[in-house]
Design a protein around this ligand. Structure first.
Ligand SMILES: Cc1cc2nc3c(=O)[nH]c(=O)nc-3n(C[C@H](O)[C@H](O)[C@H](O)COP(=O)(O)OP(=O)(O)OC[C@H]3O[C@@H](n4cnc5c(N)ncnc54)[C@H](O)[C@@H]3O)c2cc1C
Ligand SMILES: C[S@@+](CC[C@H](N)C(=O)[O-])C[C@H]1O[C@@H](n2cnc3c(N)ncnc32)[C@H](O)[C@@H]1O
Length: 663
């Protein structure tokens, strides 16, 4: 018998609705909330036991409070916390809610469950509006112009929490009752809660089960039984006292990946380069109250790689859960939700992306992906299904990404650069960076253009022009797209279709056809030969579509440089002083297992966001969040190992260990 492909992972909650209209989990045979006392229980168990009313009211502008939760469920606890935060916290304070959920509700179930709580509608409707592309792993959502951040960790708490890098101020220990869900309520979970506690962290939980209380105590929490509410006789409150001395300490990140001290003082940053990476960084910082000077050498945003009329929101995944694949799923979700704020049909369209199975190798790859990922992220279509989706004749079937589509990257950049707090300064080429006291100064050769305590280099491969980033192994790869006027017949194209190249449904009367790869040319003048090769790529996708488009010469288009790293991951994070780094960690050249007890010689305030290759639409926006999380000491939007895989120090480290150049 042929081997069966592994079953697609069960992701969504399987619900039944009881006679009162409440959702009930089939997996745990329990209700999510009580209709009579659900809100009162949340307020009593999670809000009051964590003293959140006082803590919200006492926050200073610019301060942030992080709540962690096990079991997001319908989000009731999140909405209650958010609503109180909105009522009590001062302007400028921020709430960050991190919640882990093994079985997220489908959008339809979530909507039905939340309809039961009209009082929470202002918050719930905001979540519902963004509840798209919530797939396994880390999924970040932003509300109220960045005042409230939600990081959902989709997966089992015991698998996801060890990947989290955060300092949690208050824990909501939820999840169905310990008796119904004993796997979750375990010493391993409690050790993770303790590992993630900020000093003085607190905890509330609805259970008063003796072994839960004792295990939390053993993990370092001082626990107290307090009177309960509704049918709960007693509940528990806790306070983190510290990691118990008798327990070996949790593993710490290696010093070269440890977080630099969060930024304190003047929240002013210079971002150099206004493409997708720079604009995203600027927007993420501005959402956190920063003043950002966005320096760009051209007349406006998105004039280089980010300037194509249409880019594809396409996920090149691996069935093996690699760091790149995790980054892509998280980044795709983040970008996809961001796009909901832009104008559909002009700025972007969620028309789906069809990747044709153009040869046997690609077919085999697609079969593996279809077995590894849920159908709402991707699924196989046979020839007839693919053709029905695409609306044009096709040579065969392929893999369909229903939530993908195309984006007009300049619109995304412009939207981000227009966030309050971002000041675009165009026509300024930064030639030199100088440190003066605790300020970084950007010079154009003769004059200082601007200064700030923080600088983010977001100039694609041109970041290498600055000495601290000169050794980053970034390469430029020229690419050219072709613009083709839509015709009556080509209007039938209903989804992006990719083979070796891609074609998108028309935007404002024009299709974009892409894209060539040229590893050698430095010239950005579009060539007729590459237009021709793009047309050949279109012919592989659909000869009738190629005929329908029937372009007249001369063909229009543009060329730009992609910027890639040797491992195809972007380069995002803080920069260290290269010579001091090499000397601090020189012992690694002799023994790669050594961890010298030397703090990383960071260049304080200097960060990079580059190397987004052919998928900047997916990786650049979330990378802006990653930079902001580092600067603010916030929960990272990605698993720790994925953030490390994108860290600028990885190359200097590999070079030390292998004793040779990183690329
Ligand atoms: C032909 C082609 C097709 C592509 N198709 C897709 C696609 O379908 N989907 C997808 O997701 N991605 C696609 N990409 C990749 C995507 O466009 C890039 O990953 C993304 O645009 C990179 O953004 P960036 O901000 O890093 O770089 P850029 O957009 O190049 O921005 C860098 C900016 O920095 C400025 N700058 C640099 N140095 C300085 C300085 N010293 N002073 C001032 N300003 C400076 C530059 O002027 C520029 O504006 C494609 C790329 C190309 C070339
Ligand atoms: C009672 S519900 C949570 C209610 C929720 N906090 C709310 O406000 O609506 C419990 C949730 O915990 C989730 N859960 C149970 N075990 C889990 C685990 N091991 N990891 C992550 N989530 C889990 C369930 O899927 C369910 O959504």
């Amino acid at each position: 018998m042929p081997a069966q492909p592994p079953a697609a992972p069960l992701v969504h909650a399987q619900l039944d609705w009881d006679e009162e209209g409440r959702p009930r989990s089939r997996a745990f045979d329990d209700v999510y909330f009580s209709l009579a006392s659900g809100l009162d229980e949340t307020l009593h168990v999670f809000i009051d036991q964590n003293r959140l009313r006082e803590r919200f009211a006492a926050m200073a502008p610019g301060q942030r409070l992080v709540i962690g939760e096990t079991g997001f469920g319908t989000g009731l606890n999140f909405f209650c916390a958010w609503q109180l935060f909105e009522q009590l916290a001062p302007a400028g304070a921020r709430l960050h809610f991190v919640s882990v959920e093994k079985y997220p509700l489908t959008a339809a179930d979530l909507q039905r469950a939340l309809a039961l709580w009209p009082a929470l509608a202002p918050q719930a409707n905001q979540l519902l509006a963004q509840y798209v592309a919530i797939h396994a792993g880390f999924q970040r959502l932003q509300f109220d112009a960045g005042r409230v951040t939600l990081t959902l960790l989709i997966g089992d708490a015991l698998e996801q929490l060890p990947l989290l890098d955060a300092q949690v101020d208050a824990w909501f220990l939820d999840g169905f009752a310990p008796a119904r869900n004993p796997e979750m309520w375990s010493p391993e979970l409690f050790a993770q809660l303790a590992r993630l506690c900020a000093p003085g962290a607190t905890l509330g939980t609805f259970t008063s089960t003796g072994w839960v209380r004792r295990s939390l105590k053993a993990a370092g929490f001082k626990m107290k039984r307090v009177p309960g509410i509704g049918h709960k006789w007693e509940v528990l409150r806790g306070e983190f006292l510290g990691w118990p001395e008798e327990v070996p300490p949790p593993p710490q990140p290696k010093p070269w990946y440890a977080r630099p001290a969060p930024h304190s003082g003047d929240k002013h940053a210079l971002v150099i380069g206004a493409g997708l990476a720079g604009c995203a960084t600027a927007a993420s910082l501005a959402a956190r109250g920063w003043q950002v000077t966005l320096l760009e050498r051209h007349h406006g945003v998105a004039q280089e790689a980010s300037g194509n009329p249409q880019g594809v929101l396409y996920l090149k995944l691996s069935a093996h859960g690699t760091a790149l694949s995790q980054l892509i799923v998280a980044g795709f979700g983040y970008t996809r939700r961001l796009l909901e704020r832009l104008q559909r049909g002009v700025d972007w369209d969620g028309c789906g992306v069809l990747q044709l199975a153009f040869d046997a190798k690609e077919s085999a790859r697609q079969a593996k992906l279809a077995a590894a990922f849920p159908a709402d992220l991707l699924h196989l279509l046979d020839a007839a299904g693919a053709q029905a989706r695409a609306g044009v004749p096709l040579p065969g079937g392929g893999l369909f990404y229903p939530q993908g589509g195309w984006v007009h990257p300049p619109a995304l950049c412009a939207w981000q650069a227009a966030r309050p707090g971002v000041a675009l300064v165009a026509h300024q080429q930064v030639v030199d960076l100088r440190q003066a006291g605790n300020q970084w100064q950007a010079w154009d050769g003769e004059q200082c253009l601007a200064e700030a305590p923080v600088v983010v280099l977001a100039g694609a491969a041109a970041v290498k022009d600055f000495a601290p980033a000169a050794a980053l192994p970034l390469k430029r790869i020229r690419g050219q797209i072709t613009r083709l006027p839509a015709t009556a017949d080509s209007a039938a194209l209903a989804t992006v279709v990719c083979a070796e190249g891609y074609v998108a449904p028309a935007r404002l009367g024009e299709h974009t056809l892409g894209a060539s790869f040229d590893f050698h040319s430095d010239d950005l003048t579009p060539t007729a030969a590459e237009h021709q090769s793009n047309l050949e790529l279109l012919n592989e996708i659909s000869p009738p579509l190629r005929a329908a488009l029937d372009p007249t010469e001369p063909l229009q288009g543009r060329a730009a440089f992609r910027c890639t790293s040797p491992d195809y991951l972007p380069i995002v994070g803080p920069l260290a002083a290269p010579a001091a780094f090499a000397s601090a960690y020189a012992p690694l050249a002799r023994d790669a297992r050594q961890v010298p007890d030397v703090a990383c010689p960071w260049l304080h305030g200097l960060y990079v966001n580059s190397g987004h290759g052919s998928r900047g639409l997916i990786t650049a926006p979330l990378s802006g969040e990653l930079i902001a999380a580092w600067l603010e000491g916030e929960p990272l939007p990605l698993p720790l190992d994925v953030a490390e895989a994108c860290h600028p120090n990885r190359f200097a480290l590999r070079q030390l260990i292998r004793g040779k150049a990183a690329d």
